[in-house]
Design a protein around this ligand. Structure first.
Ligand code: ADP
Ligand code: ADP
Length: 226
């Protein structure tokens, strides 16, 4: 059973923009998968639909066999999203950010505290648990975004341009965290417009342009073609 299966997905926004024009793709459980494409290709729209933030126009999306349309709440529990913009409250502490996020998903506080410690340690932020988030470095803030998404123990983690606009040191730190998340069994999908990033992290990728997948397959096969 694939982690994600999309069939003929279409999205037309209210203003008439056809962001997705019939996308089909399949991501196997345990994969590290990249969605590579230029700005405006439809990447954010696609992952917005998979993480239930955007309504599709047509097509079918299944997450671990669960039909997004038929059982949205169950599908939502399987997916964690790391949005492109840092959107936690800079005046809260990392520990509170994680615990409150878990509370929003109905996870009881004692369990949330256990998970928060675990995730902060994995993200190498445990020593920052009680600092004001505003004081964290750019890289630490990015890793906190990943830790927060992991609080619900998603089976599929999706990241929207996780390293957009960050320098190489921060990027490497995030790659390490993401490799560990994937090695621990979580399927990871990220969007990027850096080929280098896709190359160093991902086993499989799709190239999307103008709302269509123009290439899909193993990283190695596609690299040979480029
Ligand atoms: P990205 O960096 O993913 O390409 P954009 O800068 O295109 O993001 O979009 C930022 C936000 O604005 C997103 O929430 C997107 O849905 C929204 N947006 C993008 N293009 C339009 C548009 N033409 N009309 C309305 N909203 C848009
Ligand atoms: P990417 O993430 O690859 O940059 P997007 O999915 O953000 O691409 O955008 C795909 C197309 O849809 C673009 O033409 C963008 O302007 C448009 N778009 C994105 N969000 C919206 C929105 N909320 N309303 C209208 N058009 C949008």
């Amino acid at each position: 059973q694939p982690a994600l299966e999309i069939r003929d997905l279409r999205k037309t926004y209210d203003n008439g923009v056809e962001a997705l024009k019939g996308v089909s793709m399949r991501v196997e459980e345990g994969d590290f998968y990249a969605l590579l494409g230029p700005n405006g290709a439809g990447k954010s729209t696609l992952i917005g639909i998979v993480s239930s933030l955007v309504n599709k126009s047509e097509g079918e999306v299944r997450v671990f066999g669960v039909d997004l349309h038929a059982d949205r709440s169950q599908a939502m529990r399987l997916v964690g999203l790391v949005p492109q913009e840092i959107n936690f409250n800079m005046f809260e502490q990392p520990l509170d950010i994680l615990v409150n996020y878990a509370g929003f998903y109905g996870i009881p506080r004692p369990e949330a505290l256990v998970r928060a410690e675990e995730e902060l340690k994995k993200a190498q932020l445990w020593d920052k648990a009680r600092k004001m988030s505003r004081t964290l470095s750019g890289g630490m803030k990015r890793r906190l975004m990943i830790a927060r998404a992991m609080m619900t123990r998603p089976k599929l983690l999706i990241l929207d341009e996780p390293t957009a606009g960050v320098d190489i040191e921060i990027r490497r730190g995030m790659w390490k965290t993401l490799k560990e998340v994937n090695a621990a069994g979580t399927t990871v999908i990220l969007t990027t417009h850096y080929l280098e990033e896709a190359e160093s992290l991902c086993r499989n990728l799709a190239i999307i342009d103008h709302g269509r997948i123009i290439e899909e397959g193993p990283m190695k096969t596609l690299l040979a073609k480029l």
